[in-house]
Design a binder for this molecule. Structure first.
Ligand SMILES: NC(=O)c1ccc[n+]([C@@H]2O[C@H](COP(=O)([O-])OP(=O)(O)OC[C@H]3O[C@@H](n4cnc5c(N)ncnc54)[C@H](OP(=O)(O)O)[C@@H]3O)[C@@H](O)[C@H]2O)c1
Length: 312
């Protein structure tokens, strides 16, 4: 009895945990963040919000929906919501601007009024891809398609709302929550003796589990705002990436019909509506200095993904 009353008084005075809102919680990265952070952080309440709760297509409604949560100082919003289909953005530029830029900007202003940090996910596609070395945060964005234009506008809007907000550019995201290139090429090699991928487009794959770990650094109030590039280290072509994934799967005994990936050229991709930047590897030095250690390579991350989610 004594024990019970103690317990009661403790819970009744306990302060509510600060909330971390994850927008776009139904997507590849959003789902991973919700799951991993719920497993990792008992001192935060992780609130995943999908399109049903906050629809970015109507900025005013999205703002009202977010206001209803009565944000409190010290809480955090992480925006993984976006139209990520590059060709759809080209066909529907006005919608892309609304979803990828206008609504995130409005929400970022709401956040800054409430003392809440806003973390905006962005993309390597803000760059034109002509540089012959990995892109740094100080390199000038020059998007070549409307997806990139809309995401760059979102970055500028979010950072204008507060210098405490964070823009995190990622590239070639893969993970267990939504199939991506790596799953497609392994599925292909399970059913066919031929596989092919673009050999002259370069970037850096990014594993959602690693992102969940790295992004948590920005939940600390003392961590700085600004732009960060975040992806697994080293870079590769789609073809290298695909071939490595197939070798990794074959080494684990997955019965593939081929591990050879024939080279395709970007210019041969006649079904691509939007122009794609060619070389958009991201330099992650700024973030690894903040973290205090190097980021693990994409090959290690691919091995782990294949072992845990494809062979397992
Ligand atoms: N995937 C990549 O390779 C990649 C590369 C570079 C940067 N990024 C960036 O990383 C972030 C996360 O991407 P991801 O890979 O997780 O993409 P994703 O799987 O496409 O997730 C995006 C989420 O946003 C949602 N969304 C789309 N329109 C919306 C709207 N009007 N209102 C509310 N939600 C909406 C989508 O819902 P539906 O599924 O219902 O459409 C989806 O759940 C994005 O900012 C993206 O630009 C991704």
């Amino acid at each position: 009895m004594h024990h019970f009353s103690n317990h009661k008084s403790r819970t009744s005075v306990a302060a509510p945990r600060p909330r971390i809102f994850i927008l776009g919680a139904g997507g590849r990265l959003g789902m991973a963040l919700v799951r991993e952070w719920r497993n990792t952080f008992s001192d935060y309440e992780i609130v995943g919000l999908g399109r049903q709760e906050i629809d970015f297509e109507n900025p005013e409604n999205a703002l009202q929906a977010m206001k209803a949560f009565e944000l409190k100082e010290g809480e955090v919003i992480v925006n993984c919501g976006a139209i990520t289909d590059v060709d759809r953005c080209e066909r529907e530029p006005s919608l892309a601007t609304t979803v990828n830029a206008v609504t995130p900007t409005l929400l970022a202003y709401l956040a800054s009024e409430s003392g809440v940090r806003f973390i905006q996910l962005s993309t390597d596609y803000v760059f034109d891809g002509t540089l012959e070395r990995p892109y740094r945060e100080t390199d000038r964005p020059e998007p070549v398609n409307h997806y990139g234009v809309s995401k760059y506008a979102g970055e500028k809007g979010v950072l204008a709302a507060s210098e405490y907000h964070v823009v995190v550019r990622v590239s070639w995201v893969f993970g267990p929550d939504r199939p991506s290139f790596i799953d497609q090429i392994i599925r292909r090699a399970l059913n066919s003796t031929e596989a092919a991928a673009i050999a002259d487009k370069i970037s850096s794959p990014t594993y959602t589990y690693d992102l969940a770990c790295w992004l948590s650094l920005f939940l600390k109030e003392e961590s700085p705002g600004g732009i960060y590039h975040l992806c697994n280290s080293d870079h590769c072509s789609w073809r290298d990436y695909g071939a490595y994934a197939l070798q990794s799967a074959a080494a684990l005994g997955i019965p593939l019909l081929t591990t050879v990936v024939a080279p395709l050229k970007l210019v041969e991709m006649k079904n691509f509506l939007a122009k794609r930047p060619v070389q958009t590897a991201l330099d992650t030095t700024k973030f690894s200095v903040l973290l205090g250690e190097p980021l693990r390579s994409w090959k290690e991350a691919v091995d782990e993904y294949v072992r845990c989610f494809i062979a397992g």
